[in-house]
Design a protein around this ligand. Structure first.
Ligand code: C2E
Ligand code: MG
Ligand code: MG
Length: 502
């Protein structure tokens, strides 16, 4: 007997098939009391009860509700959990007793080249691969496998490991996910990056676990090949620093905190100054002088480099017009400006505002410009070259390009990275690399700039090897525009370079 049952009970016919039952009945019971007076004894009142039973067929509503619940918790394609459900699963696993929480490792995977499969073999093939990935994760022994994005998955492992064990564990996951996928008639190969953290490193809050594993994953994605990364506290500090830098950088231009320094580039035959490279400086009231290494990549990731880059171009061109001699100005332009900003328009505007003759401007790009959308960027570069602006390939030797591919690029200068110059003249390998860059560049009619020259010995061997232009502390540090103007006024042939020719 259910007294005063206001809440409906649900009867599901065919239990087990929760999503598609045949019939779902909801019933409710309302009990009312009826008082009646005993006719023989007017003082005695008795009570009778009346129950009202209501049955309703709610099959339709129930099925919809269950479907909604399912969708809120599962990815319909792979049947893996959603992020919200993963968090619940983690909470349930860890438990809420503060003294006896269960440790775990959280693993995040991001597939590489998944888009290729979708594009070349079709979406059905892509779907098949994703299902298989989720299955392999389950088979591997990961719990609560969840899909967090198009090609991003997470899973929990009920154990924490030391670093060596975690490495081995991650390698095994990578080996499993990178096994070929058989798709009717085709074999598809995937790459994968893995980020891991555990409750010892990240604590027991699901949100922190997921976001730390995500930071580790970003780290792994920046490493070549199928890589993994185990979260460490320093990573969090670095990321917080980046967030602070990003916040502060937002107003750096308007607060007049950005400045440009100019570093001389000299003719290696005479030591005379040919011009300067513009290098961005940020003087923050609390953080002090922030190095470009710390803020350029943040500005790139957030897209702020587009506005900052425009500002640098304009300001540097204006400054170059104040130089006592008409030297060349080299301005660094980021790959992000190529991809998302209108570089050609930015250059034109800077030249127009400053009235700097076009032949005095070089832009410096890095090889990363060519990593994606090569054809599009080569076309943009051609437009820049046609305007009469020079293009130098910066940090050469550190990136992806091979020397042979240099001939296809509309680049008229190559800058040998300072990591090779640093080890000169004693290191044979650096010497050999420098030598080949010089030989090939000469054959392709490109000029070579050596960066980071600090000693006379380095300058000598570079010059003897045939390097035409030098830049480095030996000739001059990056300095304010006023001091660079002074430098140009004092400029005269360098004694020791002249001696080098004998
Ligand atoms: P980069 O374009 O390769 O610039 C050369 C870097 O080498 C500069 O570092 C310069 O100060 C440093 N350097 C020059 N001579 C020597 C030397 O003899 N010894 C040593 N150890 N270092 C030397 P900086 O100014 O810290 O700039 C770092 C990087 O930041 C630049 O490398 C460039 O990639 C980027 N950057 C600087 N300004 C801009 C900018 O306006 N836009 C963009 N997109 N990137 C910039
Ligand atoms: Mg540069
Ligand atoms: Mg460089």
């Amino acid at each position: 007997q259910r007294e005063h049952s206001f809440w409906p009970e649900i009867y599901v016919v065919k239990p087990g098939e929760v999503c598609e039952p045949e019939l779902v009945i909801e019933d409710s019971v309302t009990v009312s009391t009826i008082s009646k007076t005993d006719e023989t004894n007017a003082r005695h009142k008795s009570k009778d009860y009346v129950a009202c039973l209501t049955f309703r067929d709610i099959t339709h509503r129930y099925i919809h509700q269950k479907r909604m619940d399912y969708l809120a918790n599962h990815d319909p394609l792979t049947e893996a959990f959603t992020r919200a459900r993963l968090e619940e699963e983690l909470v349930a696993y860890i438990g809420d007793s503060t003294s006896n929480r269960q440790p775990l490792t959280l693993v995040l995977l991001d597939l590489d080249r998944f888009k290729n499969i979708n594009e070349t073999l079709g979406h059905a093939a892509g779907d098949g691969v994703l299902k298989e990935v989720a299955k392999r994760m389950n088979d591997f022994g990961l719990y609560s496998v969840a899909r967090l994005g198009a090609d991003r998955f997470a899973g929990a492992y009920p154990q924490i490991m030391d670093e060596a064990q975690a490495d081995e564990f991650a390698e095994k996951i990578i080996a499993s996910i990178t096994q070929p996928y058989a798709l009717d008639g085709h074999r598809a190969l995937l790459g994968v990056s893995v980020g891991l953290t555990d409750t010892r490193n990240s604590g027991f809050l699901p949100n922190n676990l997921i976001s730390h594993a995500d930071m580790a994953l970003s780290e792994a994605k920046n490493m070549p090949g199928n890589s993994h990364f185990l979260f460490k506290a320093e990573l969090n500090e670095r990321i917080q620093d980046r967030q602070r830098v990003e916040m502060e950088l937002l107003d750096a231009i308007s607060k007049d905190e950005l400045h440009i320094h100019y570093q001389p580039q000299v003719d290696m035959a005479t030591g005379l100054c040919l011009g300067a490279e513009a290098l961005l400086r940020w003087q923050h009231p609390e953080m002090g002088a922030v190095r470009p290494d710390r803020f350029i990549s943040v500005a790139e990731d957030s897209g702020m480099i587009i506005e900052i880059g425009r500002w640098v171009l304009e300001k540097a061109c204006i400054d170059a017009m104040t130089w006592p001699k008409p030297g060349k100005l080299a301005v660094n332009v980021s790959a992000v400006q190529f991809e998302y900003g209108d570089v050609v328009a930015a250059i034109k505007k800077a030249l127009e505002i400053s009235k700097l003759p076009v032949e005095r401007l070089d832009i410096e790009i890095t090889e990363s410009v060519f990593v994606t959308k090569q054809d599009k960027f080569i076309q943009t570069l051609n437009e820049i070259v046609e305007m009469g602006v020079g293009v130098a390939l910066d940090d050469f030797g550190t990136g992806y390009s091979s020397l042979s591919y240099l001939s296809r690029l509309p680049v008229d200068k190559v800058k040998i990275d300072q990591s090779f110059v640093r080890n000169l003249p004693d290191d044979e390998q650096s010497m050999a690399i420098v030598q080949s860059v010089l030989t090939l560049s000469a054959a392709m009619d490109k000029r070579v700039v050596a960066e980071g020259i600090e000693t006379e010995a380095q300058a000598w061997v570079l010059r003897l090897a045939g390097c035409g232009i030098g830049q480095g502390y030996l000739f001059g540090r990056p300095q304010t525009n006023e001091s660079f103007c002074e430098f140009l006024r004092r400029d005269e042939p360098s004694e020791f370079l002249l001696k080098a020719t004998g």
